[in-house]
Write a protein that binds this ligand. Sequence first.
Ligand code: C5P
Ligand code: MG
Length: 292
Amino acid sequence: MKTMIPELSSESVWMKDRQRVEEILQSMSKDGSNTLQVISDFDLTLTRFSYNGKRCPTCHNILEGSNAISNEARQTLDDLLHTYYPIEIDISRPVEEKLPLMVEWWTKAHELLVQQRIKKDELAEAVRQSEARLREGYECFFDCLHEHAIPLLIFSAGIGDILEEVIRQANVFHPNVKVISNYMDFDESGILRAFKGELIHIYNKREGALLNTGHFEELRSRPNVLLMGDSLGDLDMADGVQDMKNILKIGFLNDKLKERKQSYMDSYDVVLVGDASLEVPNAVIRFLTGNK
Ligand code: C5P
Ligand code: MG
């Protein structure tokens, strides 16, 4: 088959229907990059899953590993992770069964973080000290979208203040980036007192998307979407997009490859395995912006 994007031929790229992927790309390319918007999850999608055999932290884990919380709280958060993460990634359980458990996880974790009286000015240091890593190729990803004025929505069930700090410290928090996430609410003395707004967890991104109609209304002239996620819950992030024409869904399959291969291939158009870099999304963006 004629290869528009050679990077798609790699062994670590799985596609159920390559022809369909090429058709979507052709149609999006014809419309031009001024009709494109990118919607991406953050944790374990824009950041790595592991490095040198060690798990990389999510936004929550960054705080968990920092001096901003006590040893006892760290242990409790770790116990919560070990209880609930296996449930998050278990494809044998239906979403309806997992949903209340996920709410329970996020709620317990956020309550515990609030009890820790975390200070706003401790966050930057927590991120600096952490092992969080954006995926290889992140400079090109963020810079290229910025250069072509393509809006990037980062839609995360993590912690907005932390993820902003990660991309700020990496010098890629450009003005074309908008974040929807769980934001911390600090009191006048800069101490965490609550989380703002509706909780976003792994399985309610649809509701989160529908609450942000203003954002999607502004982007009405961009009906072509590149969506990137690592969880099946991320597939709902584009539900607020108005008059959608094409969507290309790229999924990072980080963990339990064998068990989850089929469901990821059924849901995502392109599946990237083995803690992939951003090479494939970057190649797609290059193709859509006409940059070779
Ligand atoms: O950015 P994203 O939507 O991926 O953020 C959700 C991630 O945060 C999930 O991968 C989940 O495992 C993780 N999480 C965590 N600790 C919590 C709650 C969620 O590490 N207390
Ligand atoms: Mg994620």
